[in-house]
Design a protein around this ligand. Structure first.
Ligand code: DC
Length: 458
């Protein structure tokens, strides 16, 4: 897991200098989020717009692309491909940045870029809302302060050295105004996170503060290493536990499903099929592979909430399928609809056996069971890694698994979408030699199922 250090504090507390130094010591990437707000401000100001004109700023966001690049370890910020790192450091842009940063849409606009860098790298990220909003799960949070006068002295010195004519009084007034703006705005105001360590840098050297931050980060790195070691041990223990074989409980084929249920299904199926085939461009392949009886598992890739319906439209016997418990807490109409179609809730974290028992029960009641081995829907249509649950259920139930591949282009299922549903050759666990639930056998069965689904999708 990447280590994230969130460094927040008011303007001029020395965040960027200290973060640069600490990140060098640690070999972390330094991410200056203030530079991103400044870049938005620079775009607005240099195009002659008013940074306080919320409507205008928001409508211009579509024309702005911000990228962070690291050149010799230094962060450079690119505005629509152009390096503007130096041009965003003027007092005018500081004030404009304070204005645009109060606009919620601007914050939203930058959020994902900030989070994605933090997901992939060990970073020190500085700003105003990093510990509270951007990275609430950061392992280390620092709130760096210093009195307004001391901050003004530091900034004044810095500006004078650059030849900026601002007086100390102007710099102090600017700092006070930005402090006020940053702490009083409605969205993500500057605020210490409850779990942040506060460091007052008024009478500390840069080196001292950086050292303190580096210490805290190093502690987080070593804690992270021991946590992942412990997680490894835990999963090895869990795997060992799973190796104790589960009793086989073969499905009694030929068992008739409850006639009421079957009757309802016989009535509903042509109606639903009519709707679905008119709503989508639906094509079926391999229908000859669908068994005429019940008690079979249909293992499919998962693309949309429509999948259980697509699969069931070609089965004579109604299906059951697992659905996240959350889905039963949405609107009542949706809940009734999925229940009528055979959904039963799985509560995450209840342990395998409860789900296995319920699944075997459903199969034993004569129904077909639809399983999405990937666990979640795939947005891009690629078939992800399958979980072992499908193989475990099939091995315990010793029943036929019909692999299914559902394909459509793009992310969302919508009207007129061309949808192809392919049923593959049934897989019979015993024919693969899978007659118990040993890890080796489950792996073999899962592989056979997932390979088959993948070939049906492609
Ligand atoms: O840190 P800085 O002075 O470069 O920041 C410029 C402005 O951007 C400042 O007024 C506060 C705002 N900012 C913010 O609102 N949230 C952040 N995470 C970083 C900066």
């Amino acid at each position: 897991m990447a280590i994230n250090v969130a460094l927040d504090g008011p303007s001029g507390a020395g965040k960027s200098t200290i973060a640069k130094l600490a990140s060098k010591k640690l070999g972390f990437v330094y991410v200056d989020t203030g530079a991103m707000y400044r870049t938005v401000a620079y775009y607005i100001a240099s195009n002659g717009f008013d940074p306080k004109d919320t409507q205008r700023v928001v409508s211009e966001l579509d024309n702005i692309t911000i990228e962070l690049k690291y050149i010799d370890g230094e962060q450079a910020v690119l505005l629509n491909g152009e390096n503007v790192s130096d041009r965003i450091r003027t007092p005018e842009i500081s004030m404009a940045a304070s204005s645009v940063s109060a606009i919620p849409q601007v914050r939203e606009f930058l959020l994902e870029t900030q989070r994605s860098i933090a997901r992939e790298n060990n970073i020190i990220m500085d700003g105003r809302d990093i510990g509270t909003v951007v990275l609430p799960n950061a392992q280390v949070k620092i709130f760096l302060t210093a009195s307004a006068e001391i901050r003004a002295q530091r900034r004044f010195k810095e500006l004078s050295e650059k030849g900026d004519p601002s007086t100390y009084e102007q710099v102090l007034a600017d700092i006070n105004e930005r402090d006020y703006n940053d702490t009083h705005r409605e969205t993500a105001p500057l605020k210490k996170a409850p779990d942040a360590v506060e460091i007052d840098s008024s009478f500390m050297t840069i080196e001292q503060v950086a050292e303190r931050i580096a210490e805290l980060a190093e502690k987080a790195v070593s804690e992270n290493a021991s946590a992942s070691e412990a997680a490894k041990k835990k999963s090895a223990a869990a795997e060992k536990k799973q190796r104790t074989l589960m009793p086989i409980n073969p499905i009694k084929k030929g068992k008739r499903i409850n006639p009421m249920r079957q009757g309802f299904y016989n009535l509903a199926r042509p109606f639903v099929r009519f709707i679905f085939t008119h709503w989508f461009e639906l094509t079926y392949e391999g229908v000859e592979n669908v068994p005429r009886d019940g008690g079979n598992i249909f293992a499919s890739n998962h693309r949309s909430y429509g999948d259980p319906v697509f699969i069931a439209l070609m089965t004579r016997v109604p299906i059951s399928y697992m659905a996240k418990e959350e889905l039963f807490k949405q609107n009542i109409f949706f809940t009734l609809l999925i229940k009528a179609w055979g959904a039963f809730p799985v509560v995450r974290g209840t342990g395998d056996t409860a789900v296995i028992d319920t699944s075997v029960e459903k199969l034993n009641s004569g129904r077909n069971l639809v399983i999405f081995p990937e666990g979640t829907r795939s947005k891009d249509g690629r078939v992800g890694k399958g979980k072992t649950g499908v193989a475990l259920i099939a091995a315990v139930a010793q029943t036929t698994v019909v692999p299914v591949g559902i394909s459509f282009e793009g992310e969302k299922l919508c009207r007129r979408k061309r949808v192809v549903v392919r049923y593959g050759k049934p897989i019979i666990p015993a024919e693969l030699g899978v007659t118990d639930t040993s890890t080796k056998n489950l792996k073999l069965l899962k592989k056979s199922i997932m390979d088959s689904i993948t070939s049906l999708v492609n």
